[in-house]
Design a binder for this molecule. Structure first.
Ligand SMILES: C[C@](O)(CO)[C@H](O)COP(=O)(O)OP(=O)(O)OC[C@H]1O[C@@H](n2ccc(N)nc2=O)[C@H](O)[C@@H]1O
Ligand SMILES: Nc1ncnc2c1ncn2[C@@H]1O[C@H](COP(=O)(O)OP(=O)(O)OP(=O)(O)O)[C@@H](O)[C@H]1O
Length: 299
């Protein structure tokens, strides 16, 4: 039982660098080098005491996914198992992050539930059992427990280096009106024709030096070809975004289908987002890089 309601803002992410290798681990997960930046586009997750002894999840708007498969439900249940406690909570997720987009929405909801329940139960989020729980839910979950700009190795799920966030930088997010791509589909397609990853060291150097221009130069994603094959609409978005002179760099985030343009200001990102919607009717949004990691507050 928890005593009070807790709110956590669950941020979307973009992959500033994604390097998938052909090797896989015992789970069948690929070795991945990934640099993820959290954004101020968020779902709102509220964890409240349950009126009876159950675990419930309500999504607004409603989402066509079985409750037990919802990452928010899975996270609460797994944390309960890890600490031998009953997760009697009502979870509400107000969704803003589009799904099948590569923006990490389902993972962010899970991370937010973990952070919220850790606060309610007085558990240190750095506890190894919490980290293992996060990893068990999905590859994108652990980074959010570590920082706002993080390099992850192994399966892209082990935080290896945390950087000072690139506060001030913004992104225009643009997603085609298609069903999108799941990570599983993209990795399976990648295996049919693997593309070698770009070198990661120049990106890590730029991040260590807090060099925004260097980061923009070394943005890369070798899942892009696989995702473009699965959803050819992505190619149209990439082409349109690359034609915008205000964009410092343009890349697919994760397995897509959302494309981002890195911009110097939120105003520039806004201008690209508005044009994408007006001219093409695509889903779009401007967002800033988050400056701090996930935190929970009492409602
Ligand atoms: C594409 C990225 O979003 C980039 O950040 C992640 O690598 C995927 O993160 P995610 O959506 O949290 O992924 P998960 O839910 O853990 O995995 C979904 C599926 O993607 C594939 N997968 C995922 C991560 C990885 N390193 N290798 C994989 O092959 C597996 O088929 C897995 O069953
Ligand atoms: N909390 C949740 N929010 C949204 N979708 C969820 C949630 N839990 C489970 N899902 C399921 O996950 C699917 C999306 O998974 P997918 O791997 O495409 O994620 P994504 O939104 O692209 O993010 P990622 O960048 O992590 O891949 C949805 O179609 C839905 O069935």
């Amino acid at each position: 039982m928890i005593e009070r309601a807790i709110r956590v803002f669950a941020p979307a992410k973009v992959n500033l660098y994604l390097g998938v290798h052909a090797q896989t681990d015992a789970r069948g997960y690929h070795r991945v080098d990934s640099v993820m930046a959290a954004l101020d586009l968020t779902d709102t997750v509220t964890v409240a005491p349950a009126s009876d002894s159950t675990l419930t999840v309500r999504m607004r708007p409603n989402l066509d996914v079985a409750t037990e498969r919802n990452t928010a439900h899975r996270a609460a249940a797994a944390l309960g198992r890890a600490f031998g406690r009953k997760p009697c909570v009502e979870i509400e997720v107000e969704k803003r992050i589009p799904i099948r987009a590569g923006l990490g929405g389902p993972s962010a909801d899970a991370a937010a539930v973990i952070v919220g329940m850790c606060r309610a139960w007085g558990i240190d989020p750095a506890d190894e059992r919490v980290r293992a729980t996060a990893r068990g839910i999905g590859a994108d979950v652990p980074f959010l427990l570590s920082g706002a700009l993080v390099y992850c190795d192994e399966a892209g799920d082990r935080p290896a280096e945390i950087f000072e966030p690139l506060g001030g930088l913004a992104v225009a997010l643009v997603k085609p009106i298609s069903t999108g791509v799941t990570a599983a589909e993209a990795y399976a397609r990648f295996d049919r024709a693997p593309v070698p990853p770009a070198p990661i060291d120049p990106m890590l150097e730029a991040l260590r030096e807090h060099d925004g221009a260097g980061v923009a130069r070394h943005i890369s994603n070798n899942l892009r070809a696989a995702s473009c094959e699965l959803d050819p609409q992505i190619g149209h978005v990439l082409e349109w975004m690359r034609s915008r002179s205000e964009a410092r760099a343009v890349e697919l985030t994760g397995s897509g289908s959302c494309v981002y343009a890195l911009c110097d200001t939120i105003e520039t990102a806004d201008a690209i987002a508005i044009a994408a919607e007006r001219e093409r009717g695509w889903w779009s949004c401007a967002a800033k890089m988050k400056k701090s990691r996930l935190s929970a507050s009492d409602v």
